[in-house]
Design a protein around this ligand. Sequence first.
Ligand SMILES: NC(=O)c1ccc[n+]([C@@H]2O[C@H](COP(=O)([O-])OP(=O)(O)OC[C@H]3O[C@@H](n4cnc5c(N)ncnc54)[C@H](O)[C@@H]3O)[C@@H](O)[C@H]2O)c1
Length: 264
Amino acid sequence: MDLTLRGKNAVVTGGGSNIGRSIVLTLAEEGANVAVFDVDEETANNVIREAREAGSTGELSVQRTDVTDADQVGHSVRRVIEELGQIHVLINGVGWDQTSPFIGQPAEFHERVVSINYMGPVNLMRAVVPHMVENGYGRVVSLGSDAGRAGEYHEAVYAGAKAGVIALSKSLAKEVGRQNVTFNVVCPGLTIAEPESAGRISMWSQEALEYWTPERRHSAARRYALKRLGTPQDVANVVVFLASDRCNFVTGQVWSVSGGYTMM
Ligand SMILES: NC(=O)c1ccc[n+]([C@@H]2O[C@H](COP(=O)([O-])OP(=O)(O)OC[C@H]3O[C@@H](n4cnc5c(N)ncnc54)[C@H](O)[C@@H]3O)[C@@H](O)[C@H]2O)c1
């Protein structure tokens, strides 16, 4: 199936690591031009290099951007529009959390979680959606989490922020649907990075990777209907499909890519 992404221009936030990296590589493989917005410029550049080595001939670039900084986001978006002319696809990939009990968490931690996971997508939407509306075309896919649908142990504020991304996407889907801009959310289950594809400030620090021993992975997988954990490519496939014109009549939807961990 041709996903009709050849020559389309996409912005991917958090494209330097794990799931975002797979999304960038898959979009590039489909012939899209990709601008990666990431605070970790070096790791993001490695992903671009990988895409080129795999044969991508599209325009690939990195804009060092902190998604929590509205001015930086606005600046990077304007730059991409100047360089590529139009943004067709926006993927909100950045997310961050550290699991711990809610009781005892400092306010600064809560502010950081909300700022990255909720205000990041808000900043991107504010900068990109008016442009998409003006052009009468836009495909926005945001990374949510099953935590945002079902709640999750030791992830209270992150779950709330991800639920916010879902409500934001559904609301915008209703608001600007008539201008042919769609908004969908993909909720990965546990998707552990390979050490070589985790960015330098990825959630998948050395410590987090060491926590996920083979025994713990096996035990987590038993809670999934498909009895395995997901890969970044499992998630990227669905994100890229939703960003394509094959999903022209799909908006305001939330797709779990979690091997049946949640069903609702
Ligand atoms: N991996 C999982 O198990 C899992 C599960 C559910 C949901 N998710 C969601 O999927 C998305 C991707 O997860 P991942 O595991 O690939 O994450 P990751 O931590 O491996 O990668 C995050 C990327 O975002 C970049 N980044 C971090 N803060 C940034 C900021 N302020 N501005 C710009 N860039 C920033 C990092 O440099 C990195 O490249 C996230 O939204 C996450 O919440 C992941």
